[in-house]
Write a protein that binds this ligand. Structure first.
Ligand SMILES: O=P(O)(O)OC[C@H]1O[C@H](OP(=O)(O)OP(=O)(O)O)[C@H](O)[C@@H]1O
Ligand SMILES: Nc1ncnc2[nH]cnc12
Length: 183
């Protein structure tokens, strides 16, 4: 059994599912129960590191807010820097931004492009892949800043939603520790 497989076995039962949040029909996959467990964040980080081992990168970019938790833990684990993709109005410098649709709303991500060295291989990290709107916006932003973005890592994939295909259409391969059918 690979480290990623055993991490997935540890992580799956620690994710809590809340029906009809934040809107009717959404099965909300809540990672706070994973984070609160003594070994949950460590197991998820080790699993992501196993996936990342196949895809050497120069820097990790994490998406606010839940992607900051796993992205920064992974950056410490693999020994590279971390760049935040932030919600609007949070960065104290000139930014570039991308608007996008969520499974349950609309949003925008912003990046300080001076944090990206031209040609840097950036690994995109978030907790969950649903429609892919967030991750596609993140990849586009990073590329506009000069990054090479070919791989994205997630703790959770919702394979009944089109996220993986949306990322693939952008030239980004998605990898996830676990999948939950339904959404
Ligand atoms: O694939 P998508 O349909 O784009 O959905 C996935 C995104 O939705 C959630 O973030 P959310 O915007 O709820 O923000 P949060 O991390 O601040 O809770 C999740 O953390 C992903 O970033
Ligand atoms: N079903 C879901 N659960 C948790 N976070 C999400 N972000 C988008 N869809 C989600």
């Amino acid at each position: 059994m690979s480290a990623a497989t055993s991490a997935a076995d540890a992580v799956r039962p620690l994710i809590r599912t809340i029906p009809d949040f934040p809107k009717p029909g959404i099965q909300f996959r809540d990672i706070t129960t994973l984070l609160a467990d003594a070994y949950g964040l460590r197991a998820a980080t080790h699993g992501l590191a196993e996936l990342a081992a196949c895809h050497p990168c120069d820097v990790i970019a994490g998406i606010e807010a839940r992607g900051f938790i796993f992205g920064s833990a992974l950056a410490v684990e693999v020994g590279c820097g971390f760049v935040p993709l932030r919600k609007p109005g949070k960065l104290p410098v000139d930014t570039i931004g991308e608007d996008y649709q969520l499974e349950y709303g609309e949003a925008r991500l912003e990046l300080d492009p001076t944090l990206i060295v031209d040609g840097a291989r950036v690994l995109l990290v978030d907790d969950l892949l649903a429609t892919g709107g967030t991750a596609v916006a993140g990849a586009r932003l990073l590329r506009r800043a000069g990054a090479v973005v070919e791989q994205a890592l997630f703790v959770i994939d919702l394979p009944d939603l089109p996220g993986r295909g949306a990322l693939s259409a952008e030239g980004v391969e998605a990898h996830a520790l676990i999948a939950f059918e339904g959404h």
